[in-house]
Design a protein around this ligand. Structure first.
Ligand code: NAD
Length: 279
């Protein structure tokens, strides 16, 4: 069992040390700005947790809360102002915004050097081109978990199920960058069990509870379950944990696997943005 809570705590502790070193060497305190539009309760909890994690890591944070009827133009204006604000190193707009706001237009307004979610076209392009940039937090967290589990990535057959811009696509580039042989499977893939059961590293990022079972898992494979699905039986991943765990060599639970990593990598990215801006 790969314990995401423990790995997340280790990463956050490492960042706290690096923040202290950066400041001791004459650097400024990194600052994350969060922006939340509307009153979605889950989004409020996510943003509050991000501020708590900042505080624990010695990272400063500012929060902008806007009413649900905020116009797209006003939101874009705020995001651009944060880009121009010298005190701010990272900008995080909590997604999804209310329906009347186009998330892509808001993301396009984020200064790429402060894009700690790694969502702008600039950072997506840098990642696709194998060049340094800010990497989306959840896929970066998946790589941390693989490294922590001692799974060899170089030369491994890696299969990612799901090709979203947030998770699946960045993982293709990250795993290629680590010299894995990468297959991207998705809703139109023929013979999903056949494709998945080739994988030394199987990553599920689909949003369908229990989609992958024992027949999808090669004996001894490392299985990383990104899925977070609210069901009547509580939070479930995309992998049928009990069945897959019988066959896998290592596997993440849901909750307590990939979930806690996202926030840890947000701290990593905020410090990285602060260091890059200081140069
Ligand atoms: P998405 O809906 O944007 O993409 C889903 C992908 O799965 C698509 O590419 C689609 O082709 C593929 N797919 C759908 N049905 C399929 C099927 N039957 N067989 C094979 N492929 C299929 O989703 P997303 O944003 O990538 O999120 C995926 C899951 O990960 C969700 O459960 C989400 O809640 C979770 N998630 C977790 C975190 C975290 O912090 N742990 C972060 C982001 C997303």
């Amino acid at each position: 069992m790969i314990d995401g809570r423990q790995v997340s705590a280790e990463v956050r502790e490492r960042v706290a040390g690096e923040v202290a070193d950066f400041i001791a060497a004459g650097g400024h305190q990194p600052v994350l700005a969060t922006v939340l539009v509307g009153d979605d309760p889950a989004s409020h909890v996510y943003v509050a947790n991000k501020h708590k994690a900042c505080e624990a890591a010695g990272i400063g944070s500012v929060h902008h809360e806007l009413p649900a009827d905020t116009s797209q133009q006003d939101l874009v204006t705020l995001v651009k102002a944060l880009g121009d604000d010298d005190e701010v190193d990272g900008i995080l707009v909590q997604l999804p915004p209310p329906d009347h706001i186009d998330a892509d237009a808001v993301i396009a307004a984020i200064d790429p050097t402060k894009d700690v979610d790694g969502l702008t076209a600039t950072n997506a392009g840098l990642l696709a081109g194998g060049r340094p940039g800010l990497v989306p937090c959840t896929p970066a967290g998946v790589i941390e978990l693989l490294d922590h589990a001692g799974t060899e990535i170089e030369g491994a057959e890696a299969v990612i199920v799901g090709r979203s811009n947030l998770v699946g696509r960045p993982l293709i580039s990250l795993l290629l960058g680590r010299n894995a042989t990468v297959t991207a499977a998705h809703s139109r893939t023929r013979d999903l069990p056949g494709v998945c059961s080739r994988a030394d590293i199987l990553i599920a990022a689909v949003g369908v509870p229990g989609l992958l079972g024992a027949e999808h898992v090669k004996p001894g494979a490392t299985v990383i379950d990104v899925g977070i699905n609210r069901t009547d039986d509580g939070l479930k991943g995309d992998v049928d944990f009990e069945a897959a765990a019988e066959v896998a060599g290592a596997i993440t639970p849901v909750p307590g696997g990939v979930g806690p990593m996202t926030i840890a990598l947000l701290m990593v990215n905020t410090l990285a943005a602060a260091k890059a801006r200081a140069k």
